[in-house]
Design a protein around this ligand. Structure first.
Ligand code: ADP
Ligand code: MG
Length: 262
C-alpha cells in the first residue's frame, strides 16, 4: 500500500499527452481561452491566458495547480456559469460562447453537474428536496423528481438520511448529497471543484472512491480540480495549470507515483 501522505509524483519524461488526447472523442474542447477580470484603476487579472484543453468523453481528468492558477475560472466557463473574454468553449460540439442566456441555462441544468468544495446545499431544504430541486426545475413532476432523488441518495449511501437538513449531516454526507444533486438531470459531465478540500483524509478518500464508482455506473466524464494527490492515481489524465496556462498534460501512465516526500 502506498501511503498517500508520502506520494511523490515524478513525470517519467517530459512527453506531453496532447497528441493522444486530440485523437480521442472530445466532450469538452477549450480553445485558446482567455478570461480577464477588470480590477480598479484600469488594472486587470488574466485568470486564464490562452488556455487550450481537450477532454475525451468518459474520461476522468484531474486539474492540478496552485491556488489562484485559474482552476475555478476554467470550471465556470465549462459549466456555462461565465463566458470567456476570448476563445471558444465547446461542450458536446456546441460553442457555449455563442449561446443566448436561455440556451446556456439549459446547458447548466442538463449537461453539467457541479460539485463544490463547500457543498452549496440549500440550508432550509432536506437532502431529498435538495436533490429533487434541479429535476423540478428541468420540468419533472414533484413525484417523479422525488422518486429519482431517493434512488440517487441511495446510490450515494444516504438512503437513511433523506429527510435531514444539511446542518444535521456531516461534511462528507453533505458532499454525498451534493454529488447526488449533481447527477439529478443525467448530465454527461461532472465538474468537481476541489470536492475533498473541506474534508478529512479518510472522508476525502471515500468521496473520491464514490465519484469514481459513479462515473463508471452513470458513464459521465469526470473533471476534478484538486490539490489532492490521491486523486491522480484514479485519473486517466492530469492537467497541470499555472498562471492561467496549461503547463503540462499527462496520461496517468506517464506519471509515476512513488513513496517519498513531495
Ligand atoms: N471575480 C473575480 N474578480 C477578479 N479576480 C478574480 C475573480 N475570480 C478569480 N479572480 C482571480 O483570477 C485568478 C484565478 O482564480 P481562480 O480561478 O479562482 O483560481 P483557483 O481556482 O485555481 O484557485 C486569481 O488571481 C483570482 O484572484
Ligand atoms: Mg478554485
Amino acid at each position: 500500500m502506498i501511503d498517500p501522505d508520502r506520494l511523490q509524483i515524478i513525470a517519467r519524461n517530459g512527453a506531453s499527452g496532447d497528441a493522444a488526447m486530440e485523437s480521442a472523442d472530445p466532450i469538452i474542447e477549450v480553445r485558446n481561452v482567455t478570461r480577464i477580470y477588470p480590477l480598479s484603476r484600469g488594472h486587470v487579472v488574466r485568470a486564464l491566458d490562452g488556455l487550450s484543453l481537450s477532454i475525451p468523453r468518459g474520461s476522468f481528468l484531474s486539474i492540478l495547480g496552485p491556488s489562484g492558477s485559474g482552476k475555478s475560472t476554467l470550471f465556470n466557463l465549462i459549466g456555462g456559469l461565465d463566458r470567456p473574454s476570448s476563445g471558444e468553449v465547446r461542450v458536446d460540439g456546441v460553442d457555449l460562447t455563442r449561446l443566448d442566456p436561455e440556451a446556456l441555462a439549459a446547458v447548466r441544468c442538463l449537461k453539467v453537474g457541479y460539485i463544490f468544495q463547500t457543498y452549496n446545499l440549500i440550508p432550509a431544504l432536506t437532502a431529498l428536496q435538495n436533490v429533487a430541486a434541479p429535476m423540478t426545475f428541468a420540468g419533472l413532476t414533484d413525484s417523479e423528481a422525488e422518486e429519482r432523488a431517493v434512488l440517487l441518495l441511495e446510490a450515494v449511501g444516504l438512503g437513511k438520511h433523506l429527510h435531514h437538513i444539511p446542518e444535521r449531516l456531516s461534511g462528507g454526507q453533505q458532499q454525498r448529497v451534493a454529488i447526488a444533486r449533481a447527477l439529478a438531470n443525467r448530465p454527461s459531465i461532472l465538474l468537481a471543484d476541489e470536492p475533498t478540500g473541506n474534508l478529512d483524509r479518510r472522508t476525502g478518500e471515500e468521496i473520491i472512491a464514490l465519484l469514481c464508482s459513479l462515473r463508471e455506473e452513470y458513464g459521465v466524464t469526470l473533471v476534478c480540480a484538486t490539490h489532492d494527490l490521491k486523486m491522480i492515481s484514479f485519473s486517466d489524465w492530469i492537467a497541470w495549470i499555472r498562471d492561467g496556462r496549461l503547463e503540462r498534460l499527462e496520461h496517468r501512465s506517464q506519471v509515476t507515483i512513488e513513496e517519498g516526500h513531495l
